[in-house]
Design a binder for this molecule. Structure first.
Ligand code: PHB
Length: 387
């Protein structure tokens, strides 16, 4: 303890206290899938966030920004909830962020509400997530948002019959429901549907069933990462491509981080999504450059972009509140926030706190010898259709 007997000393002590307060960092508790079968998701999110900090500095309104990273080890709601709880009570974070997988985001939502801590969703894409806490804002996407434009495209482009295969949890069910509703409304017919387990799926029996059904096209959603690679391998090995079955999907399947591990099978596949590394803009070039500086080994995907934008949102809150953070005031800044993202302009809808953005039509093509999702059309300002 500093003993103070003289006024000069009181002043000194007071100024020490003020400095300590000013130097307290803004803490961002990142709950991510950093190990286990979904570790690619956690890596993309973390590297996207780090890239933003590298490119934009780590101090805003006089306060340092600090990431505190916690690993859920996979789709593990109990672990995600425990981390979120400890981050708000013990680490006293100003923001919760990350959340690659829906079950982890849903489990943490009540913690955000209880602690009045803003929670920035950097990937998890089931529609309902933003309704689970008034402190949630999403900068990624929703499955209905990216799926509906694909179903419309399919029916306009000669596909009358489709089989659906989706992962059996929130985003997969959202994708299946939206595809079916939009496709049938446009006159299409669903000739078969199957849901695959989230954990350790073996695609072989499902692929055989689809091959035997001989649909004109198969629509799929699987969580980005290892599963789409395994699916593509099986698709080619079982000769579904040679049988003339057309593959259409959300961009999760042909995402930039893994597309190089898929051989040539994805060539020509049409997908819809909110980001492609091939997106032609100055903002995307700056993003790709910054990302390469923190992770030269991998190509960033849509999750890295959402993490980059999530950090942009956090920086803007800190700037607007001049470093004096408060959960309710932070939400007021987030509602209606516009970000000039590497994917194009995005908006956090002031009513729903969900992202509004362009959805792009893309076709897998070779660019300089490597596979890319080359954009050929878009629908601007797409909201989550469920809201
Ligand atoms: C999710 O769990 O919400 C999720 C995971 C991976 C994706 C999309 C959505 O590619």
């Amino acid at each position: 303890m500093l003993k103070c007997w003289r006024p000069a000393c009181w002043l000194l002590a007071a100024s020490f206290a003020a400095t300590a307060l000013a130097e307290e960092p803004v803490k961002v508790g990142m709950v991510i899938e950093a190990s286990g079968p979904f570790a690619d998701i956690g890596r993309q999110i973390l590297d996207g966030a780090r890239a933003y900090m590298k490119a934009n500095g780590d101090t805003v309104a006089g306060r340092k920004i600090e990431l505190i990273v916690r690993d859920t080890t996979g789709a593990a709601p109990d672990i995600a909830k425990r981390h979120a709880q400890q981050l708000v009570t013990r680490d006293k974070v100003d923001f919760l962020a990350g959340f690659g997988l829906t079950p982890n985001a849903l489990a943490a939502a009540p913690i955000a509400t209880e602690a009045k801590t803003p929670m920035i969703i950097m990937n998890a894409a089931t529609s309902v997530i933003t309704t689970k806490s008034p402190y949630i804002a999403r900068v990624s996407m929703t499955l209905p948002q990216v799926t509906a434009p694909l179903a419309t495209w399919a029916s306009k482009n000669g596909i009358q019959e489709a089989y659906t295969l989706v992962s059996d949890y929130g985003p997969g069910i959202d994708a299946e429901t939206t595809f079916k509703k939009t496709f049938e409304a446009a006159g299409g017919k669903i000739v078969g549907e199957v849901r695959t387990p989230l954990r350790n799926p073996d695609f072989a029996p499902f692929l055989q069933r689809i091959k035997d059904a001989k649909p004109q096209a198969v629509f799929i959603f699987l969580p980005a990462g290892e599963q789409p690679v395994a699916f593509m391998k099986g698709f080619a090995e079982r000769g579904l491509d040679k049988a003339g079955i057309r593959l259409i999907a959300t961009g999760d399947i042909t995402e930039d981080g893994m597309i190089d591990a898929m051989g040539d099978t994805p060539l020509g596949v049409v997908t819809t999504h909110h980001y492609s590394a091939a997106h032609d803009s100055a903002q995307n070039k700056a993003f790709l450059k910054a990302f390469a500086e923190v992770d030269a080994k991998h190509r960033p995907n849509f999750m890295a972009v959402a993490a980059w934008d999530g950090m942009a949102a956090i920086y803007e809150v800190v700037r607007k509140l001049d470093g004096k953070l408060d959960g309710d005031k932070a939400m007021e800044v987030l509602k209606g926030l516009k970000i000039d993202s590497p994917r194009g302009p995005i908006l956090i809808d002031p009513e729903t706190r969900d992202v509004v953005q362009a959805v792009y039509y893309r076709k897998v093509q070779k660019v300089n010898g490597k596979l890319y999702n080359v954009e050929f059309d878009q629908v601007a300002n797409v909201k989550d259709p469920g809201k």
